[in-house]
Design a protein around this ligand. Structure first.
Ligand SMILES: [Zn+2]
Length: 114
């Protein structure tokens, strides 16, 4: 994610503002983060902010099939239900673009409340 360095800086500023020093921000890449880790509270905060919380993982499923010494991963699109509108709750939404302002956000429109 291109925002990782900014996220680390934001965390540092928040820790300093709370006088929680010294600190060290550690970036841990394994296991890989997935939207399944988003808590119910955080999903509700996203919805209130106007972002439909993800309904599954990033839309891909990894399949491994290779000899034991090989590690081949294939990512294939997986059909996910359209997200509910964060404003009116309607499931009558359509996808306008796979990628929105960032590569990890798709852009949807609510066909009921617009
Ligand atoms: Zn709506």
């Amino acid at each position: 994610c291109p925002a990782m360095s900014q996220i680390a800086e934001d965390i540092g500023r928040a820790l300093e503002a709370a006088q929680l020093t010294p600190y060290r921000v550690a970036t841990v890449l394994a296991p890989a983060w997935t939207t399944d880790w988003i808590t119910a509270e955080a999903r509700e905060k996203l919805r209130v902010y106007g972002i439909a919380p993800p309904t599954g993982n990033c839309g891909s499923a990894a399949h491994a099939s290779a000899a034991p010494q090989e590690k081949v991963l294939r990512f294939v699109p997986r059909a996910l239900p359209a997200p509910a509108c964060p404003r009116c709750g309607s499931a009558h939404t359509e996808r306008l673009a796979q990628f929105g302002s960032t590569a990890c956000k798709a852009l949807y429109r609510c066909l009921d409340c617009r």
